[in-house]
Structure formats: C-alpha cells, structure tokens
Write a protein that binds this ligand. Structure first.
Ligand SMILES: Nc1ncnc2c1ncn2[C@@H]1O[C@H](COP(=O)(O)OP(=O)(O)OP(=O)(O)O)[C@@H](O)[C@H]1O
Length: 710
C-alpha cells in the first residue's frame, strides 16, 4: 500500500450526496435563500476520535471544481460555495464518515451547472499534519432547479444566462489599419446576423490578448489568461451607455508583439449584470480563436479563425444536406402517392417525343371523357415509330391542360398504364408523350371509328330507321340504293368484335394485368372496324392490386370488387360479360334505371342483366356464367374465346338472318342520351317515365321477362 501516513493508513471508499439539495432561507447567512447540500465520505482505517480531524477547503483537502456544461463559461459573480460544517462520525468497523455541509448561492440553481466535490486528504489536528486518502473521494453535484427541493423554477427560467462565449463562433476578423503600425493593429470584427438575433444578445464583449505559451487546451486552441486579457464591450443598436455597433465593430490591439500569437474570444451577454470576464473551471482561462497575423508589415493581415470558418462551412453543409433529404422525402412521397413526379420525369422518358413532331388540331375534338378532351393530332411525315399510322399520320391526343390536380394524377396513371400494357394488335397503341407549353400531351393511335359504344348505337339507330322504313335486312337482299352497308352491323360482326376484345383480354391476362375498367366505351374501333382495347388508367397487377370499383364503372364491376375484394382477371371476365351484353343489345344501357349506389345491393340479391332481344341463348348463357358470384366458377378468357367461336360459326357473313332485329321497346334503350338527341322527330320510340329503382321489383321483372334460369 502506498500510504504516506506513518501512524495509520486510510483510504476513502465512497462519497455520496446525502439527501437532496434544498433551497433554504438562513437568516444568519444573509437575506438571500441558499442551496444547502450535504455530502458524506466514508473513510476506512481512520480511527474515530471526536473533534480530532478536519477537512480544510483547499486543493488537497476539500476541492470544489465547477465542471463546464454546454454554457461552459461562468463569470466571477458565481461565488464559490461556502463550507458550512464538517462532522466526523463513527460508523463502526474502523470506518469513519465525514459529513460535509455546503452552502451555494441561489444563482447556481439557475444555471443548471455541475460541481465536482473532491476530498483528497484530512487534516489531523492532533498531529498537525495532512493525511492523504489513497484514492480521492469524489462526487458530482448538479444543480437544476426542478431537482431542488423548495425551489421555484419560474424564477429560474426568467433569469438570463451568463456570457455565452464558445457558442459565438460565427464571427470574422480582419486587420483594418496596419501601415507601419506593427505595434498597434486594428481588427475589424463582424458578427453574423443570426448571432445576436437568435440569442437576443444585449452586449458583446471581445476578450483578446496573447495566447498563453504552452497552455493549449485539448483542442489545440489558443488559451487566454483572463487576468491579462483586454476587454472591449459593444452593444447591439439602441442600447444606451455603450459603444454601438451594427454587426461590425473594431478593436485595437496595443503593443502588438509580432513574435507572439494572439487570440480572441467573443462572448455574448444576455443579462447586463454578468459582464465580468468569464472564469473557466475556476482557472480564469478561456479558449480563444487564434488571430494569425503575418509578420511582414506590408502584408499584415488577420486570418479568420480556421476552425470557426470550417465549422461555419460544416454548418452550412449540414443544413444543405438536411434540406436535400427533406426534398427527396417530399418528392418520393408525392411520387408514391399522387404520382406527382411523373410529368416531371418525362424528361428521362424514352417515350418523350420532340414537340415539333406533333401538330395538335385543337379545333377537331374527337371525344370527351372524365379526364379531358381528346383532339386529333398529326405526326410529322418523317416520324417513324413502332406504330403504323394512316397515310395522314393521324394520332389521338389527350392533354392534361384543363385538369385539376386529382384528375392530373389519373391522367398520368393512364399514360403509365398504357406503357405497362405494351403492344398488341388488339391493344390501343401508346405512341408517346409530348411536353408543350408546360402541358403534357398523351399521344396514341387514332381509331377513326371512335368508341365501341357510340359505334354500336349509331349502327342500331340506322338499322331501326331501316326497320321503320320496312326494310328487313334478313328477308330479302335490299338494294344498295336503300341501304348503306357501311352503317349496318351483322351478327357475325358482333361475334367478331366480341372475340377480338376477348383476344385483347387474353393478352392482358398473359401479363397478369387486370384492366378493371372494361366497358364498350373503352374499346375503340379502327377505320377497318377492328377492335383496339384502350383506357389503361386503372390497371392492376399482383404487386399493385386493386380492390375498389372504378368511378362510373360500377355497372361493369364484379361482385367481389363491389364488395371491396381484390380484383383478378376473373373480375374482368364479369365486366366482359357486361360488354357482351352491350354488344348484343347494340349499345343498350345496363341497369338503365339503377344508380351506381344501388348496383351492389342488386347484384348481391342475384339480379342479373336481362337477355338482350335477339341474342341467342348460348351467348346469354355465357354472359350469365361470367356473372357467377364465385369468380372461379366463371369461364376464363380462353374458354370464352372458344365458346364465342363455336357460337359464331353459325353466323357466316353470307348467312341469312345475319342481322339483329331490334326491339325499340326494350327498357335498356330508354333515356339513351344519344337516342333522345338524334332520334328522328317521327321516331315511334315509346317514352316512359323514369321509374324509381326497386331491387325486388327489378328482379321479378327480370325473371318475368326472361323466364330464364341457369
Ligand atoms: N385513340 C382514340 N382514337 C379515337 N377516338 C378516341 C381515342 N381515344 C379516345 N377517343 C374518343 O374520345 C372519347 C373520350 O375518351 P377518353 O379516354 O377521354 O374518355 P372515355 O374513355 O370515353 O371515358 P373515361 O372518362 O371513362 O375515360 C372516347 O370515348 C372516344 O370516343
């Protein structure tokens, strides 16, 4: 044992605070309340004898050091604690305890500061000598007002902090006057705007002087001895009795010693009561930024503290990185939710076309949908892409120009969907996108015969006209003078169209794509009367499933989708059945008097669309199978394709009775907007009051009309 005591060998075991720090009013100590604190040190081997030992408040016996916290500078108004009492207590088994009571000024509480309490030796009054403790007993005492019994924190919060020095890094220095005055240099100091804005500083004090030789701190900074440092005080504008400055002030270093290194530390003061030089851990030394002054008189200059500059740069870099991250998160969020970035990403898009390759004829409107107007456009003669265009290079063009935000996102969904679906002879070809005047144009293959629904309605109307003229297409071959054969449609054509749609659906199925919005309106007819399936804005895949019916598509939606279950290609089969029904009614309106909201209830109760007039039972049987509740009971598209081919074989183009006889009395032609718009004034179409929808009545009506069960 390295014990310097000859009579007895002592070592401290532990030191602890006893009880909590209390705020007490002690009239004998003055009017201000004090913070009373007790610590106990256990010492082994110290023979207890009442009043024999003492703890002296000096460096070796009892030392109290302040440990710097975030505001690591305090000023002299922080009075050292008072040693109030020391008692030696016999705790038995050759252990003596020292109970120390200290009194701190209330000010300490308001700073959340920490003191280190250390007992290094005890004074033996009998032998008149110090007895060292083999290991020092030490403990930390932290003052935080909320932890102090009897304190009122409201008071503490209101009191300003002491000078804030090391936080004041953002200032710059330069020499402003140097000619031949090497012994005296003037330094201009500029403090960045935020420094006093953020902290609401009232005063600034610049401490400057020679750096202490060999006394660099751990960071290698210059250390100023505050006893020798000069002070210059400055005020933010509008303070009285103080040299004013507006973010810039100058100070003079007298008797400048070119051989020495200088340092400067600027402290901001919030509370004018605390202006005296800071004391660091009781040593009156303070870390300062080195003012490097070159020694050649002609080029005397002060270099801004390097680390200060570096820290500023690092600070900026952090802020920039943070902003960048926020931006990236924001853009990704927008992309993930609203597909916001799609328009912007078009720049990198292989489908982005040169705006000069397209002319849009905004005066030629082909049609209007929920997502805007479709115009006719023309690609330049030298455009050669993967799509074969007509000899005029015509294309159909949709624009996002007049759409609101939510519709814009649907617009981009449609473009993305079209890209994902890809190319097939029965799929409407996506040609590309053009950005013109900040608007995005969706360029696609042009189908001069428009959508299938309008196509069928037009044919039906013409055929009804013929019927009303007494021309029966099925009985005798009418003369070419009486009939425009381009305007009629044969049953064979209806099968052909049905089969072509089925082919398109098989192609989607092969790519595990569910269309979700299959209806006659979304099928387009080319100039040679063939089918192109379009409208891919709602497609889903196994990785991006869909379980909600598309707006306006309830009447085509499968039962499972109406119930909020996931759509599969067998859900498209249901929609296909409704399209078959539209085809064989030649544009009839499914559930003509039922609002969208009532569809699910009807379908769940078992109601299904009635058999179209003139449609053969095999096809209606097929339709009914596509509307079976359980998706797996429904036929697949390839089975449907076979069944249609079988059924169609009876209707060769040359066969007699190759045209549907249309009953104008059918409900599903009622209130057809195009019928009322275009029906001739002499039309004998009966007008019926729109009935209110009643599911039960509809079911029974359907059963009565059909007399048909699966
Ligand atoms: N490529 C095209 N070729 C010819 N006509 C087209 C083309 N695309 C759209 N049309 C016509 O423009 C109309 C509007 O099309 P759009 O896709 O905007 O809406 P929609 O498909 O009818 O309905 P929705 O509002 O459900 O999308 C179509 O009904 C069709 O008549």
């Amino acid at each position: 044992e390295q014990c310097s005591c000859s009579s007895t060998c002592v070592k401290s075991s532990s030191m602890a605070l006893k009880g909590r720090i209390r705020q007490e009013t002690r009239p004998e100590e003055g009017p201000e309340p004090k913070l009373a604190m007790m610590a106990v040190v256990y010492i082994e081997g110290l023979e207890f004898e009442a009043n024999r030992y003492d703890v002296l408040k000096n460096e070796s016996s009892l030392s109290i050091d302040w440990l710097p916290m975030s505001h690591d500078v305090i000023e002299s108004s922080r009075r050292p604690p008072k040693l109030k009492s020391v008692h030696f207590v016999d705790v038995g088994q050759e252990t003596t305890a020292i109970v120390i009571e200290l009194l701190f000024d209330l000010l300490n509480m308001k700073l959340r500061s920490t003191y280190e309490l250390r007992v290094g030796s005890v004074y033996d009054t009998k032998c008149d000598r110090m007895i060292d403790l083999t290991s020092h007993a030490a403990t930390n005492v932290t003052f935080a007002c909320e932890k102090i019994v009897g304190s009122d924190c409201r008071d503490a919060i209101k009191i300003d902090h002491h000078p804030v020095c090391n936080l004041m890094r953002n200032y710059h220095t330069r020499v402003i006057e140097h000619e031949n005055h090497v012994d005296q240099i003037d330094v201009l100091i500029s403090i960045e705007k935020n420094a006093h804005r953020l902290k609401k500083m009232r005063y600034f004090v610049a401490f400057h002087g020679k750096c202490e030789e060999n006394s660099k701190n751990d960071n290698g900074e210059c250390v100023l001895d505050m006893e020798k440092a000069n002070q210059t005080r400055f005020c933010v504008p509008n303070r009285v009795n103080c040299t004013r400055f507006n973010r810039k002030f100058s100070l003079t270093i007298q008797n400048y010693d070119v051989a020495a290194k200088y340092g400067i530390q600027i402290c901001g003061i919030l509370d004018p009561r605390f202006e005296s030089p800071p004391i660091v851990a009781g040593t009156r030394k303070i870390a300062a930024d080195a003012l490097t002054v070159s020694t050649t008189v002609s080029s005397l200059s002060v270099i801004a503290p390097a680390d200060s500059l570096l820290r500023t740069l690092i600070g900026y870099a952090f802020v920039l990185a943070f902003l960048l991250i926020i931006l990236i998160i924001f853009i990704s969020y927008k992309c993930a939710t609203g597909r916001w970035c799609k328009g912007d990403n078009l720049e990198n898009d292989q489908f982005l076309m040169d705006e000069n390759s397209l002319t849009v004829f905004e005066d030629i409107v082909i049609g209007k949908g929920r997502f805007g107007t479709v115009y006719i456009g023309q690609l330049s003669p030298d455009w050669h892409g993967p799509v074969v265009l007509d000899d005029q290079q015509r294309v159909a063009v949709k624009t996002n120009r007049y759409l609101d935000k939510s519709r814009k996102s649907d617009f981009f969904d449609e473009i993305e969907g079209a890209k994902e679906v890809g190319r097939h002879s029965r799929i409407l070809s996506f040609i590309g996108t053009v950005v013109k005047n900040g608007n995005v144009l969706h360029v696609m293959e042009y189908c001069s015969n428009g959508n299938l629904l309008d196509y069928l309605i037009a044919k039906r109307k013409y055929m009804v006209e013929l019927q009303e003229k007494g021309i029966n297409l099925n009985e005798s071959l009418p003369s070419l003078d009486d009939v425009d054969f381009d305007e009629v449609i044969s049953i064979h054509d209806l099968y052909r169209i049905s089969s072509q749609i089925c082919t398109a659906m098989m192609f989607l199925g092969s790519k595990s794509i569910v269309h979700n919005a299959l209806c006659a309106r979304h099928v387009l007819m080319t100039s040679d009367h063939n089918v192109k399936l379009g409208d891919f804005g709602n497609i889903s895949t196994p990785t991006t499933p869909n379980c909600t019916p598309v707006e306006n598509q309830y009447k085509w939606s499968s039962l499972e989708l109406l119930r909020g279950e996931t759509a599969t290609s067998l859900s498209d089969v249901w929609s296909y059945g409704v399209v078959l029904w539209e085809i064989f009614t030649m544009g009839g309106r499914p559930y003509y008097n039922v609002p969208d909201a009532g569809i699910r209830g009807l379908v769940e109760k078992g109601f299904r669309l009635q058999k179209p007039d003139g449609c053969n039972l095999q096809i209606y049987q097929l339709m009914r199978e596509t509307w079976l509740d359980n998706p797996t009971d429904r036929p697949t598209f390839s089975q449907i394709s076979q069944r249609i081919s079988q059924s169609a074989s009876q209707f060769t183009p040359e066969a007699s009775r190759n045209f549907l006889t249309i009953s104008t009395l059918c409900d599903y032609y009622l209130d057809d907007p195009s019928a009322s718009r275009e029906a001739p004034a002499t039309s004998s179409l009966p007008r019926r009051q729109q009935t209110h929808y009643d599911a039960a009545a509809l079911i029974s009506e359907s059963e009565r009309l059909l007399g048909y069960r699966l």
